[in-house]
Design a protein around this ligand. Structure first.
Ligand SMILES: [Zn+2]
Length: 73
């Protein structure tokens, strides 16, 4: 996928930028622990289609951030 396309893609939930997993053909939101599939080269930015990545790393690294300190701007 075109990197320039990726730059304009943001998570529909938190509006953060997404990480492109080229192997899994997914766009990962590390903030929400969601993976959006890319089908036929087209990112499917639907929460209903997204996969949770949280279970994969639940034991490994649990972010112990209490409040969201970087909320807002
Ligand atoms: Zn997000």
């Amino acid at each position: 996928m075109d990197n320039r396309l990726l730059e304009i893609l943001a998570c529909p939930i938190c509006k953060n930028s997404l990480r492109h997993d080229r192997q899994a053909l997914e766009l990962i939101c590390e903030h929400d622990h969601l993976a959006f599939p890319i089908r036929d080269g087209i990112p499917v930015m639907l929460l209903a289609e997204a996969r949770s990545t949280e279970s994969e790393r639940s034991e490994a690294q649990v972010p112990s951030r209490g409040a969201d300190e970087q909320a807002g701007a």
